[in-house]
Design a protein around this ligand. Structure first.
Ligand code: ATP
Length: 349
């Protein structure tokens, strides 16, 4: 099932939750809405599910307008952040609840369908258990089984892992991804966690203040952010503003940032033009001869394989991530020189 949002806006009084959002999700695609709290992810999902009506614009399923179509007639399965299982019903009854409006697909009985779904989410034999006796991850898999029971054409997942610990989250998202591709169900997944979005999606849409900033495949959005917001939100770029001083041979330019010159490759700008570019924390390296900056360490964070350093450079906060060799230590107040290759910078504007 193909899903389209055509210039969808949603206003609550004078507040704009969604501002002319247009998106197309292809049949069978795993599509993720990612962005900070309050950017409109849940509102988008609620408009697709039919729990909210857009103030303007249209939601279409396979080209057909959903205006006035109630949620239960849309053939959409939804899993929310809080498991929302019925505590007084068994696991099997909770899954069967997903079939209250429709007959099980494939001509099987209700019991057979429940069994099928529990097997799919790796909970075969859990029919008679009480939801309370399950772990958080298991409860979310029951919620997923319930949403999938009627064979929805579209699956909507609203931060389904956010209540789980990091390890479980990783495992569950791989399971969800596997089940989604096995069933080929068009899926819209909501998360504020950019690394989660990059890990599971065919494509992501980055939302900011009710607007779509960029849509693309994870690698594309990560390596080629189109706006400063996307550059900072996805993978924590260092964003710098400068002016092109001169063009060099080939595609190179010399750029002035606050009285400091950098050489950047692959820049399509002329002398005098301003530009905004970003450099990833892991591309700022000690020992790189080009584009050096000398800063003072303002914070260190040991992360296991890497250490994150905050650097104050000309009153700009710069983040550096260095591989941890187990010996080198970094102290707050220490001076550090790092540099980056001319082709490691990406121009956003
Ligand atoms: P989060 O990650 O925190 O869940 P979100 O990206 O899902 O955030 P939404 O819940 O879609 O964001 O909210 C978008 C904006 O619309 C917010 O500013 C929110 O306060 C506002 N909003 C959402 N629902 C309502 C409502 N029923 N009445 C008034 N304002 C609302």
């Amino acid at each position: 099932m193909k899903l389209e949002l055509d210039s969808v806006s949603k206003r609550y009084g004078t507040a704009t939750a969604l501002d002319s959002v247009s998106l197309t999700v292809d049949d069978g695609e795993f599509f993720t809405l990612v962005g900070p709290s309050g950017c409109g992810k849940t509102t988008t999902l609620r408009c697709i599910a039919g729990f909210e009506s857009p103030t303007e614009g249209t939601v279409r399923f396979d080209g057909e307008s959903m205006d006035g179509v109630p949620p239960e007639a849309r053939g959409v399965g939804v899993v929310f952040q809080n498991y929302a299982l019925f505590p007084h019903m068994s696991v099997g009854e909770n899954v069967a609840y997903g079939l209250r409006f429709v007959d099980p697909p494939g001509g099987v009985t209700r019991d057979e369908r429940v069994e099928e779904l529990l097997k799919l989410v790796d909970l075969a034999g859990f029919e008679d258990r009480e939801p309370d006796s399950l772990s958080g991850g298991q409860q979310q898999r029951v919620a997923l089984a319930r949403a999938l029971a009627p064979g929805p054409a579209i699956l909507l997942l609203d931060e389904p892992m956010s209540a789980l610990d990091a390890r479980l989250r990783e495992r569950l998202r791989q399971q969800v991804k596997r089940i989604q591709s096995e069933l080929g169900v068009t899926t819209v997944y909501v998360t504020h966690d950019q690394s989660e979005a990059l890990a599971v999606s065919d494509r992501v849409a980055v939302l900011n203040r009710g607007r779509v900033e960029q849509v693309g495949e994870p690698r594309d959005v990560y390596h080629r952010p189109r706006t400063e917001f996307v550059a900072e939100f996805v993978g924590e770029n260092n964003v710098l503003h400068g002016v092109v001083e001169s063009r060099l041979e080939a595609e190179g330019v010399e750029v002035d940032v606050d009285g400091h010159s950098f050489i950047l490759d692959g820049v399509d700008k002329s002398a005098g033009e301003s530009l905004t570019f970003c450099v990833r924390p892991e591309n700022l390296r000690a020992g790189t001869e080009t584009n050096q900056i000398r800063g003072t360490i303002t914070g260190t964070e040991f992360q296991g394989a890497t250490t994150r350093l905050g650097l104050d450079w000309k009153q700009t906060d710069v983040t550096v991530v260095v591989a941890d060799d187990g010996d080198t230590t970094f102290e707050v107040g220490q001076e550090l020189v790092v540099g980056f290759d001319p082709d490691a910078a990406h121009v956003v504007a």
